[in-house]
Ligand binder design. Structure first.
Ligand code: F58
Length: 828
């Protein structure tokens, strides 16, 4: 093996094809216990993973040793979700071994793509928030920042989706039923955590009061490490995921007295904690198990951090805030604030003020949503049952906050106190996790410029008055390694040829590609790549749905969780409008379009599921209607997930980013699609605004009400009925949905959408934006007719979105929040 210096300047151990072949065969024999002539694709995949891991573990050891020796300040990313997708090709790409592995496998008679398909997605997340965490840990490792991701090792990730007669069916996802080659169990770092029970007040000999929590149950947390391989031989960081188990395998007393069933029930209950990812999107039901999940992972992680700190500092806490910074990915891990206070005050016997001071230097909080129903609140009653001592601590944090901060700025103002209190005094008193997070953190950020503004103006204006410097913005980003280099090898190759191969770690270099926007040769090459990617996707579509789509049509793609605010139903109304025009005017002139959807609805979100059903039923009708003459096709891809996104994004011509202004915090799919040369049809919402700024008004189709216009309309009183009666096309479409045209023999089956838009008041202003949305699409249709014009716009999209690399987001966090230092890895 020879040592090489990579473009990043770090040493990378490069192994060649022959060595890789030997390693794979060796693992086939000694790890898998099989042979080349009878190994299944699954065994080949595992053997190759084992070979890859030889490199990964080298990097991991070197990184951990270097971090230990340097005693560096490190980021601890606390997230209940990591939507990782597959790791096989990602790790190969990041190690710079993809080509060698492809070649080695081909010489061994295997197709690397077939092996890639052996891997289940690691879908430990719902959507954008979980995928953001995955992009961030990729960037942290790539940029050589000491960091560790903490989360839960769910047995079942996000449910698997299929359609039965157009309706969403959910099945549990069992991603690691047959094991996961990327994880390492670390029994030496097991933690025990407590829940339930009661708090006793005791006095010591000096008369000093102490609170003693007598827990009702102890649960064991077992850590599993997933190496996070930075690009081009940089650091290999760790994602540490906790699995829950009963603290002792059996409660022997109960067992011995014949209570086998009772003893094993306790076991099952403990294991339930890490059993399943909550599939709620944006709305959070007040579930006891969810609170326990949150506390379980937070408590295990904090103890893990403190154990590591104490190894080098003993009981001296004075460097803790210098060494440790914890980022709360939304409020889900916010219970770590009272947990750290409990550890410091009850366990380490620190004075409250000193402990609170430490806490406020350690935590930072990212807000990902403004939707009121998504702001986490826990019933005080539930908190008291599950975490009685933490509730007391929250009360004390709140008391001091109201007396020492709120009452000082607004003396005697009880309205302000009511509004700012961490405890909401409703008929069912609640703990407001957003308030707790702001009060307990030194920095709070939103995830796009407009969103961060709205966090300040609409969500926490008084907190801004108290702490103006606490609030900042970090616009989201995506890793260009996965979302361009690995998923779109054709375009990556063209970029390498035209602008060099430095762009994956310095995405601003894409701007050099703008020089080719008018070059007809590059335009042709770019469009040919898009065409091939579309043909590939057409094959996938055929395989998954049996629907034929024409790669020459415009591929118009909306991929994201299904939610009213994301307005998949606005897209549907537009499709219905086009269909109706075709039926009314048989020669209706439009560039053929394929509308592709990918979305999962939360299992309990009725209207979201009705929207899926409606799209599927409309698709069925349109796709079989000869009169359409292939001008329209509608496809709902089943089981949308990271792996499907990697196939859809490189093939997109049009990117649908159509949320009601003010509702989508940022969006990240918008960035991935633009990066791959899709043109956005979008509202002035979230990061769309910044994308528009970067690509320029000519290269994006913006439509709809702005945030300010939405606010004005809402305050004036919006009446969706006005639009229904004023616009005959809207009326005809909504009435159409009520007939049995799309559901023969079953009129009214699709009426839920109409009901929500009319009787329901259309809370997301679908009808208000409909007209301008249709016009934006007409503009896009016009652009596409001119191939050179389209190619230019698409190229300029790719060339202009360098800002949206997660590397830039991470650098923003480092300078505005974390203050970390890069730590180059010593190899030997
Ligand atoms: C998303 N939130 C935002 N939440 O909606 C999106 O605009 C943003 O780009 C992204 O975060 C990253 O900042 C999101 O995905 C969830 O999935 C939660 C999961 C847990 C329950 C509540 C919603």
């Amino acid at each position: 093996m020879k040592k090489q210096t990579s473009t990043a300047g770090t040493d990378v151990v490069q192994i060649n094809t022959e060595q890789l072949k030997e390693q794979i065969i060796r693992h086939l024999h000694s790890t898998l216990g099989t042979d080349v002539n009878k190994a299944s694709p699954q065994a080949w995949w595992r053997a190759t993973c084992a070979a890859v891991n030889e490199q990964v573990f080298d990097g991991l050891r070197n990184t951990q040793r270097t971090h230990y020796e340097q005693n560096t300040r490190a980021l601890h990313y606390f997230s209940l979700e990591y939507l990782m997708g597959r790791l096989f090709s990602n790790n190969l790409h990041n190690l710079g071994l993809y080509k060698q592995a492809k070649q080695a496998l081909s010489e061994l008679g295997m197709d690397i793509a077939d092996l890639e398909d052996q891997e289940e997605d690691m879908a430990l997340g719902n959507g954008g928030l979980g995928r953001l965490a995955a992009c961030f840990i990729d960037s942290l490792a790539t940029l050589n920042y000491p960091a560790i991701g903490y989360g839960i090792r769910y047995e079942h990730g996000l449910f698997e989706q299929s359609f039965q007669d157009g309706r969403q069916i959910e099945r549990p996802d069992s991603w690691r039923e047959y094991g996961n080659p990327w994880e390492i169990c670390r029994p030496e770092s097991v933690q025990e955590i407590s829940v339930y029970g009661y708090v006793e007040t005791v006095y010591d000999l000096q008369g000093k009061m102490k609170k003693v929590w007598h827990p009702g149950r102890i649960i064991k947390g077992i850590p599993w490490d997933i190496p996070v391989v930075g690009y081009n031989g940089s650091s290999v960081n760790v994602l540490r995921l906790w699995e829950s188990r009963a603290s002792d395998f059996f409660n022997w007393d109960v067992f011995n007295s014949g209570g086998y069933v009772d003893a094993s029930r306790e076991n099952i209950e403990a294991e339930t904690i890490s059993k399943v990812l909550y599939p709620n999107d944006e709305t959070d039901a007040g579930k006891e198990l969810r609170l326990i999940q949150q506390y379980f992972f937070v408590s295990c992680s904090l103890k893990d951090i403190i154990r590591r700190y104490k190894r080098s500092h003993g009981d001296d806490w004075s460097d803790f805030a210098k060494q440790v910074v914890i980022q709360l990915n939304d409020t889900h891990p916010a219970v770590s604030i009272p947990e750290l206070m409990r550890i410091l005050v009850d366990r380490a016997e620190m004075q409250w003020d000193q402990a609170w001071n430490l806490c406020q230097q350690v935590f930072a909080y990212t807000n990902h949503t403004l939707l009121p129903e998504a702001l986490e609140k826990w019933p005080v009653r539930l908190f008291e049952k599950v975490l009685p001592r933490h509730l007391e601590i929250i009360y004390e944090i709140n008391r001091r906050f109201l007396v020492e901060q709120v009452d000082v700025l607004w003396p005697g103002d009880n309205d302000k106190k009511r509004k700012l209190s961490i405890i909401e005094e409703s008929h069912e008193p609640m703990v407001r996790m957003g308030h707790l997070s702001v009060v307990g953190s030194f920095r709070v950020n939103g995830v796009a410029e407009i969103h961060s503004q709205l966090v300040k103006s609409d969500l926490f204006p008084e907190m801004v008055a108290l702490w103006p410097d606490k609030f900042t913005n970090v616009t989201n980003g995506v890793t260009p390694r996965r979302w361009l280099k690995a998923c779109n090898p054709r375009l990556s190759h063209l970029l390498d040829q035209q602008i060099g191969s430095g762009w994956p770690t310095d995405l601003k270099q894409l701007s050099k590609f703008a020089a080719f926007a008018d070059d007809s040769k590059i335009q042709d090459a770019f469009m040919a790549i898009k065409q091939q990617n579309k043909a590939d996707l057409a094959t996938v579509v055929k395989k998954l749905t049996h629907i034929d789509i024409d790669p020459h049509a415009i591929f118009d793609i909306q991929i994201k969780r299904l939610h009213e605010y994301k307005r998949q139903h606005l897209n549907l109304l537009h499709i219905l409008a086009l269909y109706r025009r075709i039926l009314q005017e048989p020669d209706y002139d439009m560039v053929p379009r394929v509308f592709l959807f990918g979305a999962k609805a939360a299992p309990g979100y009725k209207l979201a599921k009705e929207i899926i059903y409606a799209i599927n039923k409309v698709a069925e009708k349109i796709n079989h209607d000869k009169r359409v003459k292939n001008r329209l096709k509608v496809v709902f891809m089943p089981n949308y997930r990271v792996t499907l996104a990697e196939k859809m994004i490189p093939a997109a011509d049009v990117s649908e980013q159509i949320s009601t202004a003010g509702k989508e915090a940022s969006g990240t799919g918008n960035m991935k699609l633009a990066l791959n040369g899709a043109i956005t049809v979008g509202t002035m919402d979230g990061a769309n605004i910044e994308i528009a700024e970067e690509v320029g008004a000519d290269n994006i189709a913006i439509f709809g009400l702005t945030v300010d216009e939405v606010k004005t309309l809402d305050s004036k009183g919006y009446n969706s009925m006005d639009y229904y009666y004023a616009n005959p096309e809207i009326k005809a479409i909504l009435d159409w949905l009520e007939t049995d045209y799309f559901t023969p023999g079953k009129p009214g089956e699709l009426s839920a959408i109409k009901r929500s838009l009319l009787e329901g008041g259309d809370p997301y202003l679908v009808l208000a934006d409909f007209d301008s949305y249709v016009k934006a699409h007409q503009k896009v249709d016009g652009w596409y007719r001119d191939k050179a014009l389209w190619a230019k716009k698409a190229i300029l999209n790719t060339a202009s979105v360098g800002k949206f690399t997660s590397d830039r987001s991470i650098e923003d966090y480092v300078s505005r929040v974390w203050h970390l230092k890069k730590c180059g890895i010593n190899r030997n």
